[in-house]
Design a protein around this ligand. Structure first.
Ligand code: AMP
Ligand code: MG
Length: 487
């Protein structure tokens, strides 16, 4: 275990120089205090979780003090936002505080979000409010616990600093961890500003630090792009299988590592709805739940365009062609597991599609359906679940095919099947209304709810005593919460 001042810094991105980022100091928050910390994320830095409660911790991650070795930088990038190109974005309210190595030799970026204005703030105040910081914290850690690749969150620090949104709120900071904060938009920036030397430097940096195995390949950059395609296909398959809606899949919010990144108006589905739009500013539904799959490919094409100086167009097209088949394979594999199947049959895709259609038409709770399906022997589970469906005959027909399919699947016992299903079907997910309850309490100074919710969500597959209230469908007020980007 390390003390806070014992982190080992290695600020490789900062050393790329001023073409890539600008030195900026964090603007401290008034009366910084710990809202919540993640012991699992602290372990990534070899930090003792008890350190989170010390005053120096809140001062450090509330922007008051800094390690002598930290080199805080605001990164420049650009990106396609809702399909249109914005030539310059960048860290407008976040700073890459520094890069550290942990004892296991892993490289972690420390990024402080809500740290004040930078040269990339445009009209913004450089701040983040408590509610959005809590949402980012909970989502990062909850996705990770579900096995969905994501940036991580060390802590949220609250304050008395007033911040104006639709009304006056309070400023907060979230300390985000990721192996890299480089986005698709970083490559787009150097491509569209016609800076080939810097772009080559950036590509070399990413290859060396994050895709070293690709350097052994005959065409390292192509191997790297292929790997990025593969990782994105797998990440988005997991989003779709678990009902996660990102909400703002602009290319500046897409990580070069294929991890879920930059949380805004995200949501997990309550009722299954393929057309669900979680971002209330997304009038056209560009980033609706089911559109995430083609948008993943669109975003990868935008990255491919920016990589044309290094890779032939034919090779890029071929690599892009891997996306959809890989996505489908990962998705079907996960959905089979969610249904309790261990073998593959040709009709499984149709079995999944028919089920989703029935769920869509009846507004069935997506998470609880799968959990309950694994609660009991298949024949019994479907008789209990049928009441949730408006089209009973349709469900019965599906259930007949499903129970026959389960019977053919393998010879494990009911207990084994149940354990297998519960290990992939969460009981607890980050429902918007649960986040909202925790935020309302935190805004009045009570952080116990956000801490409890974080703890419950860190073991989503394990039934936890006394936590039934976190495994319920939303009340009426919690069904259609509108979440905007203004956070
Ligand atoms: P986002 O929608 O959070 O991905 O942000 C898009 C761009 O706007 C990024 O360049 C952010 O840094 C910037 N941005 C968002 N909110 C603010 C803010 N309050 N102050 C300054 N820049 C911001
Ligand atoms: Mg962003």
């Amino acid at each position: 275990m390390k003390a806070l001042d014992e982190l080992t810094f290695d600020n490789r991105f900062a050393r790329l120089g001023d073409a890539f980022s600008t030195h900026v100091l964090p603007e401290p928050l008034d009366e910084p205090r710990l809202v919540v910390a993640s012991p699992a994320a602290m372990a990534l830095l070899d930090l003792d979780p008890a350190l989170a409660e010390t005053p120096v911790f809140a001062e450090l991650f509330g922007g008051h003090t800094l390690w002598a070795e930290a080199e805080p930088r605001a990164m420049v990038y650009s990106g396609h936002q809702f399909g249109g190109y914005t030539p310059q974005l960048g860290d407008g309210r976040g700073l890459l505080l520094g890069e550290v190595y942990n004892a296991a030799g892993e490289h972690w970026d420390l990024h402080l979000k809500g740290a004040g204005q930078t040269p990339y703030s445009r009209m913004g105040d450089g701040r983040a409010v408590l509610r959005s910081s809590i949402r980012e914290f909970l989502a990062s850690e909850a996705l990770h616990a579900l096995g969905i690749p994501s940036s991580r969150a060390l802590c949220v620090i609250g304050s008395n600093t007033p911040v104006w949104r639709e009304k006056q709120e309070r400023g907060a900071m979230v300390l985000r961890l990721a192996n890299s904060h480089i986005r698709f938009g970083h490559f787009e920036y150097f491509y569209y500003t016609k800076k080939p030397e810097q772009q080559a430097e950036l590509a070399e940096h990413v290859l060396k630090l994050h895709y070293p195995e690709c350097r052994e390949q005959p065409e390292p950059y192509l191997a790297m792009f292929r790997e990025i395609v593969e990782r994105n296909a797998e990440m988005i398959a997991k989003w779709q299988a678990y009902g996660f809606c990102h909400g703002v899949m602009n290319t500046d919010n897409m990580s070069i590592l294929g991890i879920t990144f930059d949380f805004g108006p995200f949501a997990f589905l309550d009722d299954f709805d393929a057309h669900f739009i979680c971002n209330h500013s997304d009038h056209e539904g560009r980033y609706s739940f089911s559109n995430q799959v083609p948008i993943g490919q669109w975003n990868l094409s935008a990255l491919a365009q920016a990589l044309t100086p290094f890779i032939s167009v034919d090779a890029l097209k071929e690599a892009l062609g891997l996306y959809l088949p890989l996505y489908q394979a990962h998705y079907l594999d996960l959905m089979r597991r969610r249904l309790g199947l261990t073998t593959a049959e040709d009709d499984d895709q149709a079995l999944v599609e028919r089920l989703l259609k029935l769920m869509q038409n009846s507004g069935v709770d997506y998470t609880l359906f799968f959990r309950r399906l694994g609660d009991e022997p298949a024949a019994l589970a479907v008789t209990r679940l049928r009441d949730d469906f408006v089209d009973r005959a349709g469900f019965d027909a599906w259930a007949e095919v499903y129970t026959a399919r389960i019977a053919r699947d393998g010879d494990d016992t009911e207990t084994q099947r149940r354990a297998r299903m519960h290990a992939v079907n969460p009981l607890y997910i980050l429902r918007n209304y649960l986040a909202q309850n925790a935020i309302t309490a935190a805004e009045s100074g009570d952080y116990s709810e956000v801490r409890r919710l974080h703890e419950v969500l860190s073991k989503p597959f394990e039934e936890q005593a006394g936590m039934e209230q976190y495994a319920q469908r939303p009340p009426d007020w919690g069904k259609h919460l509108e979440i905007s980007c203004s956070s």
